[in-house]
Write a new protein. Structure first.
Length: 482
């Protein structure tokens, strides 16, 4: 089977090269997405001013919560797809994919309608400044209209990664980002035949990018006959059964809540930083821009390790799962460690990109970087262990660990030490919290109870007949990669 267009069998061959080749496109997608957000913020800020930029920031908080939940459902589907793919059961992989797509389509349509109607209340709940309320409402409502296409595109790309195909999602991330970057200034300013739409133009550009990407990836899947394409009777998989919904919700919600826990912790931290004054807040904002990129190898490698481990668990290759985790840790230490070294070595030039040369906030940002940047190595290693456990459907334990360390440990350390060391308690809470997360994740991983979990429900009689029929049909069989 072709390693790109037809999926990749991750249960055979050398682990190290396969994991790296699988993780790099995912990392590329994450970088593209972040760069796109940064550039769009520049367009809005330069063309429309601080009021519009504040409006998009408030709307994006709501959007992140929506994406976090869908990300959880997507990861649950990805793991089921990967386990089925590893077990050479293409029918189960398609069933899981169809159920996830159908469920998330229904969910996205309901959320889009509720979001359109409830957008004013949501913005009031966030205490959106009065001067930013009207543009935020316009922006948010356009985004809600496009939400089904955007979320469906995300779900499809996550499903493809379950088959070992990280190249196709990267291709269509390029498409989405390209469309968004071109249309943003055109629709904001009304260049050429396009009307001047202001902040609604920025939202429309993002919506158009999601729709174009969705149509493109669907056409690509069918044109290249990718493993997850649904035809004929398989289209019935788009109507998920109650059991499939229970699996998606039961496993997906805790995964989505992990992202929300980390984001909520970040919001609390921003509130504490704001108490330290304008210079410290500006310094933290610049450092946070750099830290965003430090998190990317952890997220990409965690997702790659999870999909690869899930395929091997599905194939019964437990002898490879521990080595997948070891390679993931090794790559994470190498990449994130190198990034931390570069950021510290060239800190002044990098911080000046956000603060301007000679800013009084640069020394403050440099100090917090020295104390906190290396904590992302701990964070990354934790994501590897969580990714492996997630590959077998274990999601509640990691959620509890994150909630405990992000709030009890990190904020507890801040409360206890602030009186003696001042603002340094904020920056040191990063390695303290991340270190505690790593220790608990490692203990949970070594204990090994997660290996006894079982994500895939045993097939019923009808599913057994379908699997037997699939064995005799070329369309229902996954060819070995050789």
């Amino acid at each position: 089977m072709d390693g790109g267009a037809k999926g990749r069998d991750l249960t055979r061959g050398p682990i190290g090269p396969a994991l790296l080749l699988f993780a790099l496109p995912t990392l590329g997608s994450n970088v593209l997405q972040s760069l796109n957000g940064s550039i769009n913020a520049i367009w809005v800020g330069r063309f429309l001013g601080e009021r519009a930029l504040a409006a998009t920031a408030n709307a994006n908080i709501i959007m992140f919560l929506m994406f976090s939940i869908v990300f959880g459902f997507g990861m649950a589907a990805t793991v089921v797809i990967a386990q089925s793919f590893g077990a050479r059961d293409i029918a189960s992989a398609r069933r899981a994919f169809g159920s996830a797509v159908g469920f998330c389509t229904i969910l996205a349509l309901v959320v889009a309608l509720a979001g359109w109607l409830g957008a004013p209340a949501l913005l009031r709940l966030l205490a959106t400044p009065a001067e930013a309320f009207d543009p935020a409402l316009v922006y948010l409502r356009v985004i809600f209209i496009a939400m089904p296409a955007t979320l469906l595109s995300v779900m499809i790309m996550m499903g493809l990664r379950g088959t070992g195909d990280a190249r196709t999602p990267l291709i269509f991330m390029f498409v989405s980002v390209g469309v968004d970057l071109v249309l943003n200034p055109v629709l904001i300013r009304g260049i050429g035949p396009f009307p001047e739409m202001g902040i609604a133009g920025s939202a429309t550009a993002t919506a158009a990018a999601g729709i174009v990407s969705l149509i493109g990836v669907i056409v690509y899947i069918y044109r290249n006959d990718l493993p997850l394409r649904l035809r004929g009777e398989e289209l019935a998989y788009l109507l998920p059964t109650a059991e499939q919904v229970r699996l998606l919700v039961g496993k997906g919600l805790p995964m989505g809540l992990q992202m929300i826990v980390m984001s909520a912790s970040g919001l609390v931290m921003i509130g504490l930083v704001n108490r330290e004054g304008l210079v410290t807040t500006a310094a933290y904002g610049a450092a946070q821009q750099l830290w965003t990129y430090l998190q990317m190898p952890a997220m990409a490698m965690g997702a790659a390790v999870s999909a690869m481990a899930a395929q091997n668990i599905g194939a019964g290759r437990w002898d490879r799962v521990g080595r997948i985790a070891s390679y993931g840790i090794g790559y994470l230490l190498l990449v994130t460690g190198a990034m931390v070294a570069v950021m510290l070595l060239f800190h002044e030039a990098l911080l000046a990109l956000f603060l301007g040369s000679g800013s009084p906030a640069i020394p403050v940002a440099w100090h917090m970087q020295l104390l906190a940047s290396w904590s992302f190595i701990f964070f990354g290693c934790s994501m590897i262990f969580f990714g492996v456990m997630r590959a077998n459907g274990v999601v509640v334990g990691p959620l509890i660990i994150l909630a405990f360390t992000m709030f009890v440990v990190r904020l507890g350390f801040y409360k206890l030490s602030y009186g003696s060391i001042g603002a340094d308690a904020l920056w040191l809470s990063f390695p303290i919290g991340s270190g505690a997360t790593l220790l608990l994740a490692l203990a949970y991983y070594i204990r090994g109870g997660w290996k006894k979990a079982k994500l895939l429900a045993p097939p019923n009689e009808e599913e057994c007949r379908e699997a037997i029929n699939a064995e005799g049909e070329p369309a229902g069989r996954i060819a070995p990669t050789g």
